[in-house]
Design a protein around this ligand. Structure first.
Ligand SMILES: Cc1ncc(C[n+]2csc(CCOP(=O)(O)OP(=O)(O)O)c2C)c(N)n1
Ligand SMILES: [Mg+2]
Length: 616
């Protein structure tokens, strides 16, 4: 007879999670780095009690905002190249819904995270409970249904034994490289506390390994043939290169075949910036070196990329009408985009087999040499815009230069929203794989600081530098207090341009009036003068407003000795961004308007749209 153990559903859940392991560098470690939790009714009595039981094996961390704690959990998964991840649990209602945006962030970026929101009573006797929304026509609907479209797997647990298949499915999704994304197990409050005789085998330790699918022979042959016919091949390295930890394989493949490489936001740091074949950022926020090649490329090997609009210049960048795209991707949905020849496989495995198939084939040297010249020209341009300055209001690029000079390429640089991602994508000189941590799939304001905390948990003892605008800082900053509480030092550089600078610039570029973006252009009685340093200091951080680029470099140097989260604030210019490099981006301009500037912008827009390759 099966041996059983009587536990509540919540106890079974936490015990199961604590038994899931993985192997990193030959060492067995728990696959869950911990659980983020903000308790309320709907999880404190059930999950809360159960987490306490396993607190030594599966640590619980308390945060200040459910979305932020989920950001930390997601960043942890990303910084671990998806090999380890975290869970996040909330009370019902507002606590649960606060995590929905984070779920979408993980969904877009294909990142693993386990959401455990509390849900209403399955027995429905006390309905409506505090924080329960009532649907007049559907007794099964709860606010947690909002997680469905932003979860790779969703389940509502209405009986204690349902957690057995649900957790099994959850682990499959979290550890599958193609399906990977957020899993939501919506936990009815009464069921969390209900007991069941669980089979002991359910709690046996399990060690998970990364699956590395190899390519199909037919797809491989087609891809090899296409590459062998290339005169101007180009590799796009996406986030999948990093998640597969395929950087060495990519370097070897590119070097052997002499193919230049460019990187998406998600794929930046696949190769170090100073690798001779790395043309760096591609697309809307790309370098001139990469975009020049992209315009001409006849075979594009797109590895581990979703080919989002910022990469493809809204599908107007790749201008060679005879081009062939090879989609090397572990997910067939991505592999076949834009009529690509699909090569469904793990990036490292796919590259190894492509390399073997090419049997020493080489790109015509004129193309490789041409790429080297383009890179040199770009580097000259980039060093101009990042050079030091005495300007009272430096540009974002000049601040990036200061951070790079003071901190080097050895740190992990984290960013997500505002003008910074565009500037950093082209200008930050990344070092080791994963040292550039951008969240530009969803570009969520408020990711940066909490995300920095998660990345720091994954990279204990390493420097994590967060760059964030004033707008994003104001949207979500409370995990500064958590980073201080947990002794996890972050270096946070706040660029204060007094408003939503990049959207203001976009507004102007689309013919709009300066309206409702910069603080000064927004309805106000008193123009805000926010003291970010005082604000950060109130949460326990070491904080300072620096007067200049030189002051920032100095403060960053000094901050290396700080044992606590350090926040450095610098005033910046909201109107400048780097012109060099880059590509058109499709943002729909009004077809009719009373403003002549909008009409002119629409005319230019209609012309630009002619560049889009609609048939692909
Ligand atoms: C949650 C969220 N809301 C709105 C946006 C749209 N948005 C993108 S950047 C931005 C302004 C960001 O301001 P700030 O952080 O100060 O950076 P800046 O643009 O000034 O560089 C806004 C509103 C977003 N990306 N995320
Ligand atoms: Mg700003």
């Amino acid at each position: 007879m099966t041996k059983t153990i009587r536990l509540t559903m919540a106890q079974a859940l936490t015990r199961f999670l604590s038994k899931q392991m993985t192997e990193i560098d030959g060492k067995k470690v728990p696959i869950f780095g911990g659980v983020w939790a903000i308790f309320g009714h709907g999880n404190v009595a059930g999950i809360g009690e159960a987490l306490y039981q396993v607190r030594d094996e599966l640590p619980t961390f308390r945060a200040h905002n459910e979305q932020a704690m989920a950001h930390a959990a997601i960043a942890y998964g990303k910084a671990n190249f998806r090999r380890r991840f975290m869970a996040a649990t909330s009370s019902i209602g507002p606590g649960a819904l606060n995590m929905v945006t984070a779920a979408a962030l993980a969904h877009v970026n294909r990142l693993p995270v386990l959401f455990l929101p509390g849900d209403v009573f399955a027995n429905r006797i006390p309905d409506p409970v505090l924080q329960q929304a009532e649907d007049f026509s559907d007794g099964t609907a709860t606010v947690n249904d909002c997680f469905r479209p932003v979860s790779r797997y969703f389940d509502r647990i209405t009986r204690p034994e349902q957690i057995i298949p649900a957790l099994s499915r959850a682990m499959q999704v979290l550890t599958d490289p193609a399906e990977c994304g957020p899993v939501t197990l919506s936990l009815c409050q009464d069921v969390q506390a209900e007991a069941y005789d669980y089979p002991e085998t359910f709690f046996a330790e399990r060690v998970w390994h990364q699956r590395r699918p190899r390519p199909d022979r037919g797809e491989l042959a087609a891809a090899v043939a296409a590459l062998k016919g290339a005169k101007k091949p180009l590799i796009i390295a996406g986030g999948g290169v990093l998640y597969s930890q395929a950087s060495d394989e990519l370097a070897k493949f590119a070097e052997t075949a002499g193919i230049p490489v460019c990187e998406t936001q998600g794929g930046k740091s696949s190769l170090p910036d100073n690798h001779r074949l790395n043309m760096a950022a591609v697309g809307v926020t790309g370098t001139s070196a990469a975009n020049r090649l992209a315009e001409e490329a006849d075979v594009v090997l797109a590895i581990g990329t979703r080919l989002q609009d910022f990469t493809t210049g809204s599908w107007a960048l790749f201008k060679n009408s005879g081009k062939t795209i090879i989609g090397l991707n572990v997910q067939p949905f991505d592999a076949g985009k834009h009529r690509a020849l699909p090569l469904v496989a793990d990036a490292a495995e796919g590259l190894a087999e492509l390399g073997a198939g090419l049997k020493g084939w080489k790109t015509p040297t004129a193309w490789t040499d041409n790429s080297a010249a383009g890179k040199k020209a770009w580097q000259a341009e980039a060093s101009k815009v990042t050079a030091s300055t005495n300007a009272a209001f430096p540009s974002d690029a000049q601040v990036i230069g200061a951070v790079q000079r003071a901190m080097g390429s050895g740190v992990t640089l984290l960013n997500a929203s505002g003008g910074l991602p565009g500037e950093l994508h082209k200008l930050w000189q990344a070092g080791a794989p994963g040292s550039y941590h951008g969240e530009y799939g969803f570009s969520t304001m408020g990711y940066e600081i909490a995300g920095g905390l998660g990345a720091k948990m994954a990279k204990a003892g390493q420097e994590v530098v967060v760059m964030v605008g004033d707008g994003s800082y104001l949207m979500m900053n409370s995990e500064i207090a958590t980073s201080v509480m947990l002794g996890l030092k972050l270096t946070i550089v706040v660029l204060d341009n007094r408003g939503y600078g990049c959207i203001n610039r976009l507004q102007m570029a689309t013919g709009g009036a300066n309206f409702n973006n910069l603080l000064k252009d927004s309805r106000h009685e008193i123009l805000p003068d926010i003291d970010f340093a005082a604000h950060a200091a109130s949460m326990g951080a070491i904080a300072e407003k620096v007067p200049s680029i030189a002051g920032l470099e100095n403060a960053l140097q000094k901050s290396k000795k700080n044992d606590r989260t350090t926040v450095l604030v610098i005033d910046t210019d909201p109107l400048v961004s780097t012109d060099a490099g880059g590509h058109w981006w499709d943002v729909a301009v009004p077809e009719v308007s009373a403003r002549s500037q909008v009409n002119a912008a629409r005319k230019a827009y209609d012309e630009k749209r002619q560049m889009q390759s609609v048939g692909d």
